[in-house]
Design a protein around this ligand. Structure first.
Ligand code: CA
Length: 377
């Protein structure tokens, strides 16, 4: 070992020692065993009767075996059975089997089903604030929205507002950054966006409407034909992994990077009364398995997108970026949408204020770390 190596090792070693003694200090200062006892007493643990099976009726907004979103929920069902030793099971009802895709919110609220898997922005008609729990244009990445939800007050606000509908939500996945969509003709300036008929839902749709686009809502099964026949000029969907299966590249070969859904959250939501009746062990199992589903689905989207992008490139799809003036007008449109919805709805104002506080700090840190790194990589 030469001197430089030795010094490097010694320095890492003393840092490790310093860290270890610091941990030791913390351990002595806090008696964790006492904390757990106090918490247990407060929560009045109800022990699960292993001989009695509890079955959760869970409906989704996705068809059976729908890639990533549907299969992710199927894996959650399997994991719940495994970790509960069979005392907790989920009976899964894919889209339209028991409840229509977009009726799951009401069906769960009334107790017709016990839980559902869907996306919060579908319920903006109930309360415009709910669209914010999916994310906002130019807003959080998947990692950033997870940090707001878990450590920035997002989940508390969400649960407080869903409680008025007798619902108790969890994060149930994230699509990761979405693509801007498929266009029949290239976009060279903001003028090309004006009057364009585009399938785009959620807050993104409202922003695009302010930019002069005519947002159209279409069932998934009708998008391809509408695009092929020129009934619509463009559509957004999700990202390469799911878009490629829809075949949009065959009829609208211009594929744009996106900013309207930078990290959309999916939800696993329970009927609140049902949730409160579950034993604490079963609740914990659901908390753990939903957390696994949230992180696995996010990673799977990334893993599948990187492969599908290569396939799309081999199919001669034009991978494009919006012109600068589209971005500038988009940012102004977003500010106007936020101002209007905040004025009209106190809940929206409250949730947006919480998002904005976290987002401004998050942007500074992400610019300092991640943006620097990605630019240099
Ligand atoms: Ca989308």
């Amino acid at each position: 070992m030469n001197r430089r190596d030795f010094l490097a090792t010694a320095s890492v070693g003393s840092a490790a020692l310093a860290f270890s003694s610091c941990n030791e200090g913390n351990r002595q200062a806090i008696d964790y065993s006492k904390q757990v006892k106090e918490k247990e007493n407060k929560q009045k643990t109800i022990h699960v009767n292993k001989n009695k099976k509890t079955t959760i009726r869970l409906a989704t907004s996705w068809p059976a075996h729908f890639p990533i979103m549907g299969t992710g929920v199927e894996n959650f069902v399997k994991r719940i059975k495994e970790i509960s030793g069979g005392s907790l099971e989920v009976k899964l009802y894919p889209k339209n089997v028991l409840v229509p895709a977009l009726a799951v919110f009401d069906a769960c609220s009334s107790g017709q089903i016990d839980a559902f898997h869907s996306g919060p922005y579908y319920w903006k008609g109930k309360n415009s604030a709910f669209s914010l729990y999916s994310g906002i244009p130019f807003g959080f990445t998947a990692e950033e929205i997870n940090s707001w939800m878990l450590f920035g007050g997002g989940l508390e606000l969400w649960r407080e507002q869903y409680a008025k509908y007798n619902l108790y939500p969890f994060m149930g996945g994230n699509t990761n950054i979405q693509m801007g969509g498929w266009f029949r003709k290239p976009i060279t300036s903001i003028e090309d966006m004006k009057g364009l008929k585009m399938r785009i839902p959620g807050l993104g749709g409202e922003v695009f409407a302010k930019m002069g686009v005519n947002p159209i809502l279409l069932p998934a099964g009708e998008i391809y034909t509408s695009l092929e026949r020129g009934v619509i000029d463009a559509t957004e969907w999700v990202g390469p992994a799911l878009d490629i299966k829809m075949g949009f590249y065959k009829v609208a070969p211009y594929y744009y990077s996106g900013w309207h859904e930078p990290g959309s959250i999916l939800e696993l939501t329970f009927n609140n009364k049902y949730w409160n009746k579950l034993g604490r062990e079963h609740q914990s199992m659901i908390e753990v398995a939903s957390s696994e589903m949230n992180s696995n689905m996010t990673s799977e989207f990334h893993a599948e997108n990187i492969k599908a992008l290569q396939t799309l490139k081999s199919l001669d799809v034009n991978i494009m970026q919006y012109p600068k003036d589209v971005i500038e007008v988009g940012k102004i449109a977003l500010t106007n949408v936020i101002t209007e919805l905040s004025t009209a709805n106190k809940d929206f104002q409250k949730v947006y204020a919480s998002i904005d506080k976290h987002l401004q700090l998050s942007k500074e840190w992400s610019d300092t770390s991640l943006r620097y790194f990605l630019n240099e990589r």
